[in-house]
Write a protein that binds this ligand. Structure first.
Ligand SMILES: Nc1ncnc2c1ncn2[C@@H]1O[C@H](COP(=O)(O)OP(=O)(O)OP(=O)(O)O)[C@@H](O)[C@H]1O
Length: 319
């Protein structure tokens, strides 16, 4: 039996349309399933936990939605030991990318029904779980600004959701004030000045393919921290295109760290997001929980790139 969790609003309404196609296919295949159309992240977590408790054995919980929808069910899946299937229907879909799950719904459904179970680490932070990355500083402020804006609603009405984020980036670039921050990685303290963002990553990308931590692997028992510090607004603007390829890691104002736990403390309180969803403000303590989740992925996943060296990363030690 499969539990499908559908966020009809994900991807600006794509979730509903994708589910209509998926449901037709499930009926054609005679698959046994229950469907849960969820209305909000908070109620979804509770409803999924209740649904999973009603039966001893579930083949999988398949999310039809984006990274935020996946975020809403992580705690329930971890607690019940149920594997995660993904039919991507969000705007970013970075979780699907990281596990080689096709973005096309029919192929993604195949992966969920016939794929292999691969172990995945989870990031425990602020009393909840995150799969892609916990970000604080500039990135989180962009998300907060966009969500609170009038232009988001306008752009969504015009089916131009990405434009809202572009406006949000420019708006935040003008208004954001970087400040000093301390990052404690596996007990070692690193001090930085003029910090724009500190992202603690489990998967290589967020924001729809931005390779913020290109070396991150979901099953290595490690988290990768990217700190951008000590650069001007113009330098930050020029950094964006390099993140598409992950080549920003060699810039002098980018420091990568790697370990099993990370605590981030900005001198001035900053917002934080996990899987693109707000997880509060203030100091962050993140711990990698190895193999806490199983994800159903296509059998032909490409070989993982060689893992980088253990311990702290490329350059550490401050601005
Ligand atoms: N299970 C859920 N059911 C309904 N709404 C949810 C659920 N989980 C999260 N949400 C809300 O729906 C919004 C959109 O969901 P989601 O993040 O999955 O899609 P997206 O933002 O289009 O894609 P992505 O996160 O991949 O960029 C979230 O930001 C959150 O506010």
């Amino acid at each position: 039996m499969y539990l499908f969790v559908i966020n009809p609003c994900s991807g600006g309404g794509a979730g509903r349309k994708v589910w209509q196609r998926i449901e037709r296919m499930l009926k054609e295949r005679g698959a046994e399933y229950e469907a849960l159309l969820t209305e909000s992240a908070s109620s979804a977590g509770r409803d999924v936990m209740q649904a999973l408790s009603r039966r001893e054995r579930w083949s999988a919980c398949v999310v039809v939605g984006g990274d935020g929808t996946i975020h809403s069910v992580l705690e329930a899946l971890r607690t019940r030991g149920v594997p995660l299937g993904i039919v991507p229907a969000g705007s970013g879909n970075d979780t699907a990318r990281a596990f080689g799950i096709p973005l096309e719904p029919e192929a993604a459904l195949d992966a969920a029904l016939t794929g292999i179970r691969v172990p995945a680490d989870l990031l425990a932070a602020n009393g909840g779980y995150t799969l892609t990355a916990v970000a604080s500083g500039f990135d989180a402020q962009v998300a907060e600004n966009v969500n609170a804006s009038r232009y988001k609603r306008l752009c969504n009405t015009l089916h131009a959701g990405q434009l809202a984020y572009l406006i949000g980036i420019l708006h935040t670039l003008i208004t954001f004030k970087p400040c000093g921050a301390s990052v404690l990685c596996d007990g070692q303290e690193h001090r930085f000045e003029g910090v724009w963002l500190a992202s603690v990553c489990n998967l290589p990308s967020y924001g729809g393919g931005l390779l913020i931590a290109p070396q991150a692997r979901p099953d290595d028992g490690r988290l990768d921290v990217c700190v951008v510090h000590g650069c001007s607004r113009m330098q930050l603007l020029r950094l964006f295109p390099t993140v598409l390829k992950g080549s920003h890691v060699s810039l002098p104002f980018v420091t990568m760290l790697r370990g099993t736990s990370a605590a981030v403390h900005f001198d001035r309180e900053q917002p934080a997001i996990g899987d693109g969803e707000s997880i509060g403000r203030g100091a962050l303590a993140v711990r990698c929980e190895p193999g806490a989740l199983a994800v159903l992925a296509p059998p032909a996943r490409g070989p993982a790139d060689p893992a980088p060296q253990e311990g702290t990363g490329s350059r550490a030690g401050g601005a």
